[in-house]
Design a protein around this ligand. Structure first.
Ligand code: ZN
Ligand code: ZN
Length: 421
């Protein structure tokens, strides 16, 4: 059924049915404002994400049908009553957002007003809800209702409107999540001696009166990092990591690792697309698991990586991360881990003084950084369907069922749905 033949008040949406592997494109009611803080967004593009596969495969605890998807870019078509020029005591969008504005949203709602939102840990907002669950229909539809929209939405304005929708959709999840993995590593206190050339404990921000006495050797000032997992988020993490290292003028070595040959080729093509002058003062390699262990040992005289970015979310990736990280190193994990216990013991952690940072990306807080990177790195993020592109193809909802099947089997890269195609 095409959009033009739908009954009044109805829209097309991609729905998942329990228990698993059942995707149907159906007509359902166009969402309405339910709360004064709501906004209705007309979807221009919706993403199919690796996280959608958790629901698709029946791995989440859901037993009723839902509208899928948590990545979208669209246009505001209706504002709740909280949106008016006088709402200046709330997040600024309540007084500035207009019908017709182009917007993106994080994959979870964030109010912008609670403790976690105020300090920037927006993914743990006390009102947090993931798009694409039974009580919050997702973005693989023609319209979506956005709760707490003055805190959740991010407007695309000024020069940023030049960025294509196929790029902007990366802001909803994968680009900020990649940036988060890199930021957690580079901002970690344990990396500061290497980053600042000042030995611990004087490298930290805490004012300590004692003079610095040790002098670091050149090899102590070189940062060695690994990225485990080169799906779309892993590629975003690698690109943002290289960008941060280059802009900070750090001396570095980075290895990007995946067992899958086609993912490694994609990573190499993306790296080749980065302008040479922006590649920074370092060495970059793409490697298989076995190659990476040898490479890191050679690079670091056997001591390992300062930090490992783990982007997969399973125990073999965590085991590799633990093997690659050096004593006093950090594992920055943004993979969505499921039920099994972690593959190391308290003793393993003690024996390496290893630090772990786990968890969901505070996407809303990272939007300004992600948008800036997206704008500057259109050489990487700009295209569709090219060898270096993160977005593989754009299809209509008529292909939704097939695309879930193909994507589930690893037969394609990132797919976007155009709900009006
Ligand atoms: Zn996603
Ligand atoms: Zn909040």
């Amino acid at each position: 059924m095409s959009a033009s033949t739908l009954p009044q008040g109805q829209q097309l949406a991609v729905r998942w049915y329990p228990p698993a592997y059942d995707i149907r494109v159906e007509h359902v009611a166009i969402p309405k404002i339910e709360h004064p803080d709501d906004v209705i967004v007309k979807i221009k593009l919706a993403g199919l994400c690796g996280s959608d596969l958790h629901v698709y495969r029946g791995h989440e605890d859901v037993d009723e049908p839902l509208i899928c998807g948590h990545e979208f870019v669209g246009e505001v078509i209706e504002l709740g009553e909280s949106f008016h020029p006088g709402a200046t005591d709330r997040p600024s969008l309540y007084s500035t957002l207009k019908i017709g504005d182009k917007v993106v949203a994080p994959f979870t709602i964030s109010c912008g007003e609670c403790h976690f939102c105020r300090i920037g840990f927006t993914c743990r907002c006390i009102h947090s809800l993931l798009f694409g669950i039974p009580i919050l229909p997702g973005g693989q539809a023609q319209y979506v209702r956005v709760p707490k929209a003055g805190g959740t939405l991010f407007p695309i304005q000024g020069p940023m409107t030049q960025i294509s929708d196929t790029s902007l959709i990366l802001l909803g999840d994968i680009l900020p999540t990649g940036i988060f993995a890199a930021l957690q590593a580079l901002q970690h206190p344990k990396l500061q001696p290497t980053a600042t050339s000042v030995s611990y404990p004087f490298s930290g921000w805490t004012p300590i009166a004692s003079p610095v006495t040790t002098s670091l050797q050149p090899q102590d000032r070189e940062i060695t990092l690994a990225v485990v997992g080169l799906g779309p988020v892993g590629i975003c993490a690698t690109v943002s990591l290289l960008d941060m290292l280059s802009r900070a003028a750090y001396s570095f070595k980075v290895v990007a690792i995946d067992p899958n040959e086609s993912r490694r080729s994609k990573m190499q093509a993306v790296y080749s697309a980065i302008d040479e002058k922006d590649r920074g003062n370092g060495t970059f390699a793409v490697a298989s698991i076995e190659e990476s262990k040898k490479l890191v040992a050679d690079w670091t005289e056997g001591i390992g990586c300062n930090a490992v970015l783990e982007i997969v979310g399973n125990n073999s990736a965590l085991t590799l991360a633990y093997d690659l990280v050096r004593p006093f190193g950090l594992i920055s994990s943004v993979g969505v881990h499921q039920a099994p216990p972690l593959p190391f013991t308290g003793r393993d952690c003690y024996n390496k003084n290893v630090s772990f940072d786990f968890g969901r990306c505070p996407v809303r807080a990272l939007f300004p950084i992600a948008l800036d990177l997206l704008f500057r790195r259109q050489d990487v993020f700009g295209g569709v369907g090219e060898e270096k592109s993160l977005v593989d193809r754009i299809v209509g909802f008529d292909k939704a069922k097939e695309m879930y099947e193909v994507f589930d089997k690893g037969g394609c890269g990132k797919v976007l749905f155009d709900p009006w195609m």
